[in-house]
Design a protein around this ligand. Structure first.
Ligand SMILES: Nc1ncnc2c1ncn2[C@@H]1O[C@H](COP(=O)(O)OP(=O)(O)O)[C@@H](O)[C@H]1O
Ligand SMILES: [Mg+2]
Length: 234
């Protein structure tokens, strides 16, 4: 089992308590949402999982094994991939070259076309594989960023606000892709500002405010998401 588990996770930057005692679990074949206002500690949680934020307490485990104190490269090799906020693709490289960067974290050599996991999900990446990534639209660049994470064949996918700045039609593509990724059996931890969409899609969604877990919602709460959340954040 490659369940990702956070237990009492705390992140502190000097005097700032960014995350305070957060516990959650993501199992294979699940999407868990992490929603909440700006500054709630969502990105810090993802960075702490990747070994890239100062852990002030608590543990991160994958399949029961501790990831504490490991470098980001080690965490990636253990099977966790992050799609960072703002995509961070390399505009001067081609689509294919960007995807190949994701191969560095693979644990096993690829059989056949190593880029297939990305092309299957996002055919536009295959069509544009020789184009420079900088020539893609914002939505296509987001697909590229997710595709790059997938070619590493991770067990766990972390995403930091993948729908930020995208047109509604493209948001649908991204959310449909996340559902397909869940079908492949990955464990997905989805940080989002779009609360309603996230609550409707995810198996459960945790609302974070001031670094603390306030409320957990299921898909059945999607109709009432905004009201529920504002009640808890008031
Ligand atoms: N590198 C950093 N150094 C100092 N403070 C930080 C750093 N990154 C984030 N913070 C602070 O930690 C808190 C949580 O930020 P963040 O995790 O980015 O929230 P979110 O992703 O939910 O918007 C905020 O108060 C933010 O200003
Ligand atoms: Mg953030």
């Amino acid at each position: 089992m490659t369940t990702l588990a956070l237990d009492g996770l705390s992140v502190r930057y000097g005097p700032v308590d960014a995350v305070r005692g957060l516990s959650l679990e993501v199992k294979p074949g699940e999407i868990v949402g992490l929603i909440g206002p700006n500054g709630a500690g969502k990105s810090s949680t993802l960075h702490a999982i990747m070994g890239a934020a100062p852990l002030a307490g608590g543990t991160v485990t994958l399949g029961g094994r501790s990831l504490s104190g490991r470098s980001s490269e080690d965490v990636a090799r253990a099977g966790i991939a992050l799609v960072p906020e703002g995509r961070r693709i390399f505009a001067e490289l081609t689509v294919e070259e960007n995807l190949r960067l994701g191969l560095a974290a693979r644990r096993t050599p690829a059989n056949g076309d190593a880029l297939e996991p990305a092309f299957e999900l996002f055919p536009v990446l295959r069509d544009f594989r020789r184009r420079s990534a900088g020539a893609l639209s914002g939505g296509q660049q987001q697909q590229l960023a997710i595709g790059r994470a997938l070619v590493a064949e991770p067990d766990v996918l972390l995403l930091d606000e993948p729908s930020l700045g995208l047109a509604p039609r493209i948001v649908d593509i991204v959310f449909d892709a996340l559902a397909a990724i869940r079908e492949r059996g990955l464990a997905v931890l989805l940080v989002e500002q779009r609360a309603q969409r996230t609550v409707a899609l995810a198996d459960r969604s945790h609302v974070l405010a001031n670094g603390q877990l306030r409320l957990t919602l299921g898909p059945e709460d999607a109709g009432d998401t905004e009201r529920l959340i504002s009640a808890y954040l008031a």
